[in-house]
Design a protein around this ligand. Structure first.
Ligand code: ATP
Length: 245
């Protein structure tokens, strides 16, 4: 029995399960940057599973040019061979913007005794204070920040305050409470982005080796991300993240 003092008021005494990872994004398309860091986190934090949750409509950016079901199929083919990797479709079933706080609330309702670790790249973490009901995120999950190459703006004062109060001294803290901690996880820095892959494809160049071959083959077969599909693309200037919400 673990005594769990949760600000979320979720439980005062509970038998905690091992934590799981929650990795949301547009995955437009899934690439080796996502996959490699996810695997490293799965192993480093000894998570029982790592769930990929593709967003139907990421807040704060234009609708992806590739349909949610097609992004889902690419994601499924990419993770199929890796034990512990799971695809969770719940955001695709909800209409409207895919707010992370709603997703975490629905996971929490299903998994009342499981610490949830929300994975976000450093780029996405820098925008967290603009996400919908962002303070509630910490009531529902721990946040695990992954380094990502890039010159990201300094954290806002609000986020720095959260870092000061919530940063855990050791990763083991993620196992001891349901939510509320912040952990910076070091991962292999990979300069891979979906934006770059889309740009390569739209200009007729090859993104091979930046993403799994099975994903690339499906993209070619279906003719995805060709120039005529890319008119709606975001510049990424708002969030730099495929979700932002
Ligand atoms: P885009 O270029 O379209 O913005 P992206 O490559 O950033 O896409 P997303 O699906 O938007 O991919 O990202 C989902 C999550 O994965 C975000 O938290 C993002 O920070 C993280 N992420 C994506 N690529 C990397 C990477 N190379 N290293 C670390 N984290 C990454």
């Amino acid at each position: 029995m673990v005594r769990c003092v949760s600000e979320a008021g979720l439980r005062s005494h509970t038998h905690l399960q091992a934590p799981i990872g929650i990795f949301g994004g547009t995955f437009d398309p899934i690439h080796h940057g996502h996959l490699r860091v996810a695997l490293e986190v799965l192993e480093a934090l000894r998570l029982t599973e790592l769930r990929f949750l593709p967003a139907r409509q990421p807040p704060h950016r234009d609708t992806p040019g590739v349909a949610p079901e097609q992004r889902l199929d690419l994601l499924r083919s990419a993770v199929a061979e890796q034990p512990g990797f799971v695809v969770d479709k719940r955001e695709l079933r909800r209409s409207g913007p895919s707010y992370t706080v709603d997703t975490l609330a629905s996971l929490r309702a299903e998994l009342p005794d499981t610490p949830l670790c929300l994975l976000v790249g450093r780029d996405a973490f820098g925008t967290l204070h603009r996400w919908s009901r962002w303070h509630q995120l910490f009531e529902l999950a721990h946040i695990v920040v992954l380094n990502r190459p890039g010159n990201w703006p300094a954290l806002s004062p609000e986020l720095n305050a959260e870092v000061t109060t919530r940063q855990l001294p050791a990763a083991a803290g993620l196992q001891q409470r349901l939510a509320g901690g912040l952990w910076f996880q070091s991962v292999t820095p990979l300069t891979i982005s979906a934006t770059h892959i889309r740009e390569l494809l739209a200009s007729g160049r090859s993104p091979r080796y930046l993403l799994p071959d099975t994903v690339y083959t499906s993209i070619l077969k279906q003719g995805l991300y060709r120039a005529e599909h890319t008119g709606q693309r975001s510049t990424g200037a708002d969030t730099g993240r495929g979700r932002g919400g």
